[in-house]
Design a protein around this ligand. Structure first.
Ligand code: ADP
Ligand code: MG
Length: 744
């Protein structure tokens, strides 16, 4: 009881799991004498029991050569009970997760083991395959390049490893199928999520998009040229958190005289100016994106790597392309979309694992009703985490940082330096080179060499400068006993991240499995984190050696980070408020769709609505031919109307703040509109379907009867939507700037 009292709210009492695992220890000798067949029976008889633990441990030991530690089995049991486990980096979550996946599969469920990239999905599936095979379970994996056939085969396995976006894109593509045979993904049952905080929280609000039919993107080079001439502080201002940019009254005047129009009367132009300004002032090349092969490639803010297939909402994407003077990329109509949170909440059972779960315990509870089970390391972590070294200015910090790196490198100790963005990794590498060192740089620009760079990062004398790419899933082993004697891997952060979890993931590259190691972060009063979230505060005075040791400074740094985390949660919450309604409607509509696709609901509906017409058509051909045509007709209009509905919602969402200037809260107003819109959607599907049915010519293809489906579709992820909760704030500022000017 006391233990439960002391535990954080939302965390799970793991004592029962520990007792089960302790009991499993006593069964080890018995298990050792059993055949695989007998072990399988022992495990399957009572998944989650001591017998289960003893059996899977024995099978893993025989097939993988790794005998699961007690803590791994405790993690397995906590996952089997539907929790997110926190186990430090290097503790062997891959194996603990595989044992849990086997447990779910033995209970008759199919499991989607969700990873954060294709490389890890394949690595884990192939690594764990001998264990699954011995358990008589099948395992498959999916990568971006997998064909529909390969995907179908992988999903047919008991356990399927895949990146979250692949699973989402398959869902979206399936949802357009007009033939049951063409789908690849079965009904979701269990999601077992690796790096759970990253997927379930950081990426939760990212929409996965399915688009179709092409036309060229809106060209806005004039706007890009115009805003390039504006200066910050005079023509435009950023808000305190640096998330929004808005024109000042002066800026509005300048824009208006340059364009020769009144912005007040041209809301469309206001949007274009805002997009151009956003691209100009808030999105920084080599921080938020890189330009490679003549294309803008987004950098994932929490992973530091190029976010493949990811783009901003169309207007903003075009604005950034115009800013970089690139040709606009294709845009298309959004046929369907789902957020990662919407994707994951479809699974009746979710569990997960990560090195950093406790810090998002509240979010996991709020958004997924998940609890966190904290599992102690197998061997105590002996890494020393130094307090931050804090300096007044950026220059002081950079000098001290370079001095420290030079001094530590001279001892031969391997050093991993984590920077906050691509530009910083490059400028630091340059500084180090000017001091005669030869750092290896790992960032979004050379991600192809990743595995090789990481493999050497723990060797004697290694000096690696990396963005957060080295942050998750990577295994840095110490190169030699000599390295351990030097104190192991030294991790240096060049600044605190906007989330303590990212700091902890970086630290976690050192001190794996009881290895020695050390970590330290360098911070300055001019760091973005402090400037953005505590703009009013100044740090206490530095001591003679240039460092600030006053406790207040450390407090302020932590405080700024907590504010940043709070802001992110609030944005997540707000986005979810808007997307939830839509995703509920989507689920309901797709239920109908499934009954049409897999059953005869389409034919029944049209027969009920038009009995005579139905009979007439049957006499012309056959019952089957009419049912098949009816199915295609209803599916076509359902999909078409849903696309329109999405467009309506997007407009509604963008326009809602204007109504909010009245009395109603935007979300209430939004919800009030959503339900009637859905009813109208259903009516519209029925109306259009019956009209098509009336006019149906069974001898001609439907495509020639106004029911042409998009010829090509493609998928992408939308990067953090700057128009989310912040969009209304942007516009409110613009409109207040306008109002101020009108009055003046
Ligand atoms: P995590 O995902 O928790 O960071 P990994 O699953 O990548 O950790 O495993 C880290 C390392 O620990 C791997 O090299 C793996 O082979 C090793 N490992 C995991 N479990 C065991 C075990 N029971 N015995 C020995 N080595 C193990
Ligand atoms: Mg891992």
């Amino acid at each position: 009881m006391i233990r439960r009292f002391l535990e954080k709210p939302g965390s799970v009492d793991i004592a029962p799991f520990e007792r089960t695992v302790a009991a499993a220890g006593a069964l080890a000798d018995r298990a050792r004498d059993l055949s695989l067949e007998e072990l399988r029976e022992m495990a399957a008889a009572n998944v989650g029991s001591a017998e289960f633990c003893a059996a899977v441990r024995e099978v893993a030991d025989r097939t993988l050569g790794e005998r699961p530690f007690d803590v791994q089995l405790v993690g397995t049991l906590a996952m089997l009970s539907g929790n997110v486990v926190e186990m430090a980096t290097g503790e062997g979550k891959t194996l603990a997760g595989a044992l849990a996946a086997a447990g779910f599969a033995l209970r008759g469920k199919s499991v989607h083991a969700i990873s954060v990239n294709d490389y890890l999905a394949r690595r884990d599936a192939e690594w764990m395959a001998p264990f699954y095979t011995a358990m008589n379970l099948t395992v498959g994996w999916i990568a971006e390049a997998s064909t529909a056939e390969e995907r179908r085969a992988a999903y047919a396995c008991d356990i399927t490893y895949a990146n979250v976006s692949e699973i989402g894109f398959d869902l979206l593509r399936d949802r357009l199928a007009t033939d049951p045979e063409a789908t690849v993904q079965p009904v979701p049952q269990v999601a077992l999520v690796d790096e759970a905080d990253s997927v379930l929280v950081d990426e939760a609000r990212v929409p996965l998009v399915l688009a179709g039919a092409t036309d060229a993107g809106a060209a806005v080079p004039e706007m890009a040229a115009l805003v390039r001439r504006l200066s910050r502080g005079y023509h435009f201002e950023l808000d305190d958190e640096g998330r929004n940019v808005f024109l000042t009254a002066k800026g509005t005047d300048t824009v208006e005289s340059a364009l020769g129009i009144s912005l007040y009367d041209h809301p469309g132009t206001v949007t274009e100016v805002n997009l151009a300004l956003h691209a100009h002032a808030l999105l920084v090349r080599d921080v938020d994106y890189i330009v490679r092969d003549g294309r803008v490639q987004l950098v994932n803010p929490s992973r530091g790597r190029v976010a493949q297939l990811q783009r901003w909402p169309d207007g903003l994407q075009a604005a950034v392309e115009a800013k970089e003077k690139l040709a606009p990329s294709d845009t298309g109509e959004i046929l369907d979309s789902i957020t990662i949170q919407g994707l994951l909440t479809r699974y009746p059972e979710i569990c997960g694992m990560t090195g950093t779960a406790v810090a998002v315990g509240e979010n996991l509870r709020e958004f997924y009703q998940l609890k966190v089970a904290v599992i102690a390391p197998n061997r105590p972590c002996v890494r020393e985490d130094e307090p931050d070294r804090i300096y007044p200015s950026l220059i002081d910090k950079e000098l001290a940082l370079a001095d420290e790196i030079v001094a530590q490198h001279a001892t031969g100790r391997p050093i991993l330096i984590g920077t906050l963005d691509v530009a910083e990794s490059e400028s630091l590498a340059k500084e180090l080179r000017s001091r005669g060192l030869e750092p290896v740089v790992l960032n979004a620009k050379n991600d192809a060499e990743e595995a090789a760079i990481i493999a050497r990062a723990g060797e004697l004398g290694a000096l690696t400068v990396s963005t957060q790419m080295a942050g998750r899933g990577t295994d840095i082993r110490l190169g030699s006993p000599e390295v351990a004697e030097l104190g192991g891997l030294l991790v240096i952060g060049t600044g605190r991240h906007p989330s303590s979890r990212l700091d902890d993931q970086l630290r976690g590259r050192s001190g794996r499995q009881g290895d020695p190691g050390r970590s330290v972060f360098f911070v300055s009063g001019e760091d973005d984190l402090l400037k953005a979230y505590l703009p009013e505060e100044t740090l206490p005075k530095a001591e003679k050696d240039g460092r600030i040791r006053d406790k207040q400074a450390a407090y302020l740094v932590g405080h700024a980070q907590r504010i940043a985390e709070g802001v992110n949660t609030e944005i997540h919450r707000n986005t979810w408020r808007y997307t939830r309604v839509l995703e509920e409607q989507r689920t309901r509509l797709l239920d109908h769709r499934d009954r049409i696709l897999y059953g005869d609901a389409g034919a029944e509906a049209l027969r009920d609505a038009r009995p005579e017409r139905y009979q007439e058509l049957v006499e012309q051909s056959s019952e089957e031919a009419v049912a098949a045509a009816a199915r295609q007709i209803v599916l076509f209009h359902l999909d078409r109307c849903w696309t329109d509905h999405l467009g309506y919602f997007a407009d509604l969402r963008e326009g809602i703040h204007l109504r909010a200037l009245g009395r109603l809260s935007p979300i209430d107003e939004f919800n009030r509109e959503a339900l009637p819109a859905y009813r109208k959607l259903l009516e519209e599907i029925e109306k259009r379907s019956t009209a098509s049915f009336d006019a149906l010519d069974l001898s001609a293809p439907l495509a020639e009867q106004g029911m042409k489906r998009p010829s090509a579709t493609w998928t992408y992820l939308v990067s953090e939507n700057p128009f989310g909760s912040d969009w209304d704030r942007v516009l409110r500022r613009v409109s207040s700037a306008l109002r101020g000017r009108k009055k003046g």
